[in-house]
Design a protein around this ligand. Sequence first.
Ligand code: SAH
Length: 211
Amino acid sequence: MHPEYARELMIQRLQRQGIKNPLVLAAMQQVPRHLFIDEAFGSHAYSDYAMPIGQGQTISQPYIVAYMTELLLQQGKRDKVLEIGTGCGYQTAILAQLFKQVYSIERIGSLSNKAESRLAQLGIENACCRYGDGYAGWVENAPYPAILVTAAPEDIPLALLDQLAIGGFLIIPVGKEKSSQQLLKIVRTRSHYEQHILEEVSFVPLREGVG
Ligand code: SAH
């Protein structure tokens, strides 16, 4: 199947699954997902499941990417976003269509380098990739109105709560590996953090230190 056609079918499926934000749908339409995945997968790149990207890591299924992006946009600011877990860089590329500046951290050097060169090849210039431990966040550019974590810790990293702007949203899966994990939306108010439990999810673990 031609990639453009497979992508169009993916967009129709996302709409049936409840993704409504036209900006998110346009970004998913824009980014060639098959270029982030091993060529052997062909048009399966657009199917609705997670796929291996090397080093035991996976790219999230299109629905989860779209859903988390939609949640992030609900806080209303689009100047910058922090992503923890660059992986193959697909989610990074989606965020780069929607936010002025994307900061993304990956703890596996080879994945970080590959993602960085892939983003450059696609002409995406507003995403900065850093090889490091996302547990510490990226303090130099804080505070962030939007933070997205694409791997699951057992507890929310404190640095990420600290680096969230007032009114900002942190979208993060939390829970043990291979057991039940929940996707959380944390909203920082002037006086506290509100926690909203969204849905059951399955992510690779967020590991401390660099790989
Ligand atoms: N958004 C990615 C998903 C990759 S899977 C994509 O679209 O491909 C999650 C990624 O988080 C993995 O690449 C893993 O190496 C990375 N990761 C795990 N713990 C991390 C940490 N402490 N800091 C930064 N990245 C981490």
